[in-house]
Ligand binder design. Structure first.
Ligand code: NAD
Length: 346
């Protein structure tokens, strides 16, 4: 039996979900919805799916097993909760929510209704990231010392002005970190483990927006390692994301989804994987490929069939927003913020 997918919100990222579902084995797009019926019909017509302008109609379709939530971020949590209450599994775009309270409520609703929840972090599925993760798990870097993420992107004022929700606290929930930098932050947390303390600065330096366009933070991991996070949407011309992972026995550096340094003691001759799916959204958010989303949709199909957790869980989604919100709080209050595991309990 094919697993039926529905998409709520038919903007930029929805077309990546639609392509990903079409390319998946075992998944079919059956319905889409957008406030603009025209936009919904345009996407639906390409995939022979039903179109609705009210998402409640989509949730009422029995052939929809999984709902992909692709609306502005401020609506994510509420839609996750409603989808779960209708017994639908959920794939929600990042960020899971824009507050911890809403995020916990979304995770609790999925748990309570016994449906699966995956939070999009498509880069985790790239072969190079999987390879780096395996190296860290096998302690090939030795004692972990530093884990850094540099996300120096470029988004024009036009980018913010086009979608009325972008750059607002209410619907974007933050800027360079909550919208763009969250990808690198999720990867750092996955690779390096939880953060226990953060000291950050965030400011709006270049764009006419409510939220930050530039932020930096120093983090301390539970392992004792330290790290730096830098995120911006305003440096011209925009650069590829870099992750730098160091231990006392080795270093791995990734640029986007490519390993550019693999300097592990005793592994100097290792041949690195090339990833056909590599693409960069450093300058243009539409320039990413749908391959990462395909891998993550395929993981959801497998999670349902095998009755297991998806690779990126609701708690993972919560952990990423917890760190970002702590950086904002640190910047506002001018002090380091402790990050507590118990804040993730639902
Ligand atoms: N994973 C990634 O790489 C990636 C890339 C871009 C965007 N995103 C995320 O995807 C989400 C959407 O971003 P976008 O750039 O596609 O935005 P967008 O503005 O292009 O599209 C959002 C769509 O949602 C629709 N919408 C709003 N409220 C709705 C409702 N109640 N019911 C149905 N439809 C509704 C809007 O009409 C619009 O068509 C954001 O949360 C963003 O963070 C993720």
């Amino acid at each position: 039996m094919e697993i039926g997918f529905g998409i709520i919100g038919c903007g930029l990222i929805a077309s990546f979900h639609a392509q990903a579902i079409a390319k998946s084995i075992g998944g079919t797009l059956v319905a889409v919805s957008d406030l603009s019926l025209e936009r919904a019909e345009e996407l639906a017509s390409r995939y022979h799916a039903k179109a609705f302008n009210d998402y409640k109609q989509l949730l009422a379709q029995p052939e929809v097993d999984v709902v992909c939530i692709c609306t502005p971020s401020g609506l994510h949590a509420q839609l996750v909760i409603e989808a779960a209450q209708h017994g639908k599994h959920v794939v929600v775009e990042k960020p899971l929510a824009i507050t911890m309270e809403e995020g916990r409520a979304a995770v609790a609703a999925c748990k309570g209704n016994n449906v699966k929840l995956a939070v999009i972090s498509q880069l985790r599925f790239a072969p190079a990231l999987q390879q780096a993760k395996a190296a860290l798990e096998q302690q090939k870097l030795g004692k972990p010392l530093l884990g850094d993420a540099y996300m120096k992107y470029y988004r024009s004022q036009d980018y913010y002005d086009q979608g009325g929700w972008r750059g607002t606290w209410k619907m974007d929930g933050g800027g360079a970190l909550m919208n763009q930098g969250i990808h690198g932050i999720d990867l750092l947390l996955w690779l390096m483990g939880p953060v226990t303390e953060v000291w950050g600065q965030a400011a709006t330096l270049a764009r006419q927006i409510e939220v930050e366009d530039t932020a930096v933070a120093a983090v301390r991991y539970a392992s004792g390692a330290m790290g730096v996070i830098e995120g911006t949407t305003s440096v011209y011309p925009g650069y590829n994301r870099r992750l730098e992972l160091h231990g006392d026995q080795g270093t791995i550096v990734l640029e986007e989804e490519q390993i550019i340094k693999w300097d592990l003691a005793g592994e100097e001759d290792k041949v690195l994987l090339e990833d056909e799916g590599v693409s960069s959204g450093a300058r243009d958010p539409g320039a990413i490929s749908s391959e990462g989303h395909r891998r993550q949709i395929q993981d959801m199909v497998a999670a349902i069939r095998e009755d297991r957790e998806p690779l990126v869980t609701g708690i993972d989604g919560l952990r990423a927003i917890q760190l970002i919100l702590a950086i904002y709080q640190s910047s506002r209050e001018g002090r380091p913020i402790q990050i507590k595991e118990e804040d993730l309990h639902v």
